[in-house]
Design a binder for this molecule. Structure first.
Ligand SMILES: NC(=O)c1ccc[n+]([C@@H]2O[C@H](COP(=O)([O-])OP(=O)(O)OC[C@H]3O[C@@H](n4cnc5c(N)ncnc54)[C@H](OP(=O)(O)O)[C@@H]3O)[C@@H](O)[C@H]2O)c1
Length: 293
């Protein structure tokens, strides 16, 4: 049997995420070259076998797959411009987070250079990189993704290809984080409301977990209703649920807490009700979200 060497990789950007990515590649046995704008980062990676490059171009020339992960797309472009002549013939994977618009701009830049390009978004914190549970979205050239899927899965077992349009990884990123940060705001707001009456967050936490589990159970049904535009409110309805939200707003403001986020929820719910969805399910609030004042 002949053994095929694993593709060589370069990681440009050694912030906390870049170092974790390079570490995962090393852990999976990929020849790994690293580069960072400023000195003093990546010594531990070099100790594990990574090769430090003096310039982005030198790193790119050493690799089949080039991963860039820096603070934003302006920084990514600044790095990649320095290696532009060396990129054609390699796969460029941008794991810097930004908007779908910036991702499509970067894809146009790569296409003009004749470079296969995948845009990606890392959805998990640093300690999870390289684990079977780590979720990373990729979008862009399908054939390039398929050719290097095993390499990309070294970074996370839940690596998901979400489509040819390079903006789609960022679309999924923002969509999931829209949910996450709104829920995280609600978690902390709920703790603050409890604390305003002397109930410590720790005492409320077990019940927060019960409701968090409920959220998991409603995701698929809500998705079906949002996709179909049908919200049969047989067991509950938006009017009653908006009244519940109003109670929270009143109670929070009575205790001197900010309730701007839930006031926004009430505004969207009110617009949906005005559009005729008062007897429909909570999902119908999407109509108010889609029709801002
Ligand atoms: N950390 C996380 O848990 C996490 C989770 C999911 C996604 N992400 C995403 O991963 C990306 C990187 O995050 P991070 O946590 O690694 O950030 P970080 O620790 O703050 O590192 C930022 C990196 O960007 C580089 N950089 C900044 N400006 C630059 C420029 N003008 N030119 C070249 N390099 C520049 C820095 O280089 P210097 O060392 O020279 O300053 C450093 O390598 C971000 O898009 C972030 O949203 C991070």
């Amino acid at each position: 049997m002949t053994s095929h060497p694993l593709p060589s990789v370069a990681v440009l950007g050694l912030g906390s995420m870049g170092q974790a990515l390079a570490g995962a590649f090393l852990g999976a046995g990929h020849p790994t070259t690293i580069w960072n704008r400023s000195d003093g980062k990546g010594d531990g990676l070099v100790a594990r076998g990574a090769v430090r490059a003096a310039t982005p171009g030198q790193a790119v020339r050493a690799a089949e797959v080039v991963v860039v992960c820096v603070v934003d797309y302006d920084a990514a472009r600044a790095v990649l411009d320095r290696a532009a002549d060396d990129l054609p013939g390699r796969l460029l994977v941008n794991l810097t987070s930004d908007t779908p618009e910036r991702a499509r701009e970067a894809a146009a830049w790569a296409e003009a250079l004749g470079v296969d390009y995948l845009d990606g978004a890392v959805m998990v914190p640093v300690p999870m990189i390289g684990t079977p549970e780590a979720l990373i979205f990729h979008s862009g050239t399908r054939s390039a993704y398929e050719a290097y899927e095993p390499t990309l899965k070294a970074l996370g077992g839940q690596t998901a290809y979400v489509g040819e349009d390079h903006g789609l990884a960022a679309v999924h990123d923002l969509s999931v984080l829209d949910f996450f940060w709104t829920a995280m705001h609600g978690l902390v707001h709920g703790f603050a409301l409890a604390a305003s009456e002397g109930v410590p967050a720790a005492a409320a936490a077990p019940y927060m977990k019960t409701l968090a589990a409920l959220l998991t159970s409603v995701v698929d049904g809500t998705a079906a209703e949002v996709d179909s535009g049908k919200y049969p409110g047989d067991l509950d309805n938006l009017t009653v649920e908006a009244a519940n939200v109003r109670h929270i707003v009143r109670a929070a403001e009575h205790r001197g807490l900010d309730a701007a986020a839930l006031r926004g929820v009430l505004t969207a719910a009110g617009r949906s009700i005005d559009l005729g969805h008062g007897a429909d399910t909570w999902s119908s609030i999407v109509e108010g979200i889609r029709n801002p004042a």
